[in-house]
Design a protein around this ligand. Structure first.
Ligand code: ZN
Length: 106
């Protein structure tokens, strides 16, 4: 009640609180929309390394299972890794896993 009288005596203070509230709500709405937009933009892809379905957030992201770098940009894809590089990497990793398996079985 005292605060009500205080605020009524100073209307611009009420206006400032009102504007601050509106701005806060608008900001949270914008952030929420932005995040939801990011998640809907996440492209579902099959990881070329581990063959599991993952999502790319933005233009470049890593596989959520094996941390394989993935990209949506065609020009980046050409530079970062092509099909040959992927298969070579797969072969190397397969060799490593089979080696570690051999070590374990000893
Ligand atoms: Zn993967």
């Amino acid at each position: 009640m005292y605060a009500g009288i205080f605020v009524r005596k100073i209307p611009w203070l009420l206006l400032i609180f009102f504007v601050l509230g509106i701005v806060f709500i608008a900001l949270s709405c914008i952030v929420y929309l932005w995040i939801s937009l990011l998640f809907t933009k996440a492209a579902p892809v099959a990881c070329p390394n581990c063959r599991r379905p993952t999502k790319i957030l933005g233009r470049v992201d890593a596989c959520m299972y094996c941390k394989e770098p993935l990209t949506l940009g065609p020009e980046l894809e050409g530079k970062a890794f092509d099909e040959k590089h992927n298969t070579r990497r797969n072969q190397r990793e397969n060799a490593q896993t089979s080696n570690s398996h051999a070590h374990r079985s000893k």
